[in-house]
Ligand binder design. Structure first.
Ligand SMILES: [Zn+2]
Length: 228
């Protein structure tokens, strides 16, 4: 991973809820990223963190081109189970919940119906992931994978065999970094020793736990014919 991402030095951090976004990659674990149900696909707006009003772990939303330093639309994330219920207007229950967030008019004045719908759907579909991003941002979280890997600590990818016979039998494949998990050539891992097929699916990437030994060490060559 190397040096710290640039956004850590910025007082106002604008980000897209996209898999490629540095801030998203920093605050979410690989398993969280794999579990995301809806990524941002439209441009024209960013999510934002800025100092000064952190009560409630807010995520601000800023239309592109807007440079205001006050009264930005925000969604609080702390101790809220479901934003669609929390922000619902009980007198107008059929109105979209997003319309009831603070300073919503800043969004409605410059974003399209499609953009507004996407923002609402991103929050609802990925609420726990966005709560984690905000919680970690506001608590100055540092990912374990940052900087030089400490001696004796390794990373593994957990793979599962998808054959019906094996019922998700798992193996651990040593990897050089969490980021390397997305480049695992699953077809060259080898044949499952239980069902003798190569039918692997990625489950998660994480640090090697104490006492664990990877089934395939970091030094092993790709070998589609091995039995593992
Ligand atoms: Zn199998």
């Amino acid at each position: 991973m190397g040096s710290s991402p640039a956004f850590l030095l910025q007082r106002q951090q604008n980000w897209h809820f996209k898999q490629t976004d540095d801030l998203v990659k920093y605050y979410l674990d690989q398993a969280d990223i794999n579990a995301v149900r809806r990524w941002q696909t439209l441009d024209g707006y960013t999510f934002e963190f800025h100092e000064g009003h952190e009560t409630g772990n807010p995520i601000y939303i800023r239309p592109d081109g807007n440079t205001s330093q006050q009264s930005m639309p925000k969604v609080d994330t702390k101790n809220i189970v479901n934003p669609a219920l929390h922000y619902k207007n009980s007198k107008k229950p059929n109105d979209p919940w997003l319309e009831n967030i603070a300073n919503y008019e800043v969004l409605s004045a410059s974003l399209t119906t499609q953009q507004l719908a996407e923002i609402a759907a991103i929050f609802v579909d990925n609420w726990s992931a966005l709560q984690k991003v905000a919680d970690r941002r506001w608590n100055n979280y540092k990912p374990a994978g940052q900087g030089v890997q400490a001696a004796g600590i390794g990373w593994v990818a957990k793979l599962k065999c998808q054959s019906a016979l094996c019922r998700n039998r798992t193996i651990l494949l040593a990897i050089s970094s969490l980021g390397a998990a997305q480049y695992i050539p699953l077809q060259s891992v080898g044949k499952c020793k239980s069902c003798r097929q190569s039918n692997w699916a990625f489950v998660e990437a994480r640090a090697l736990a104490p006492g664990e030994t990877p089934d395939i060490p970091l030094s092993a060559e790709p070998n589609p014919n091995r039995s593992i």
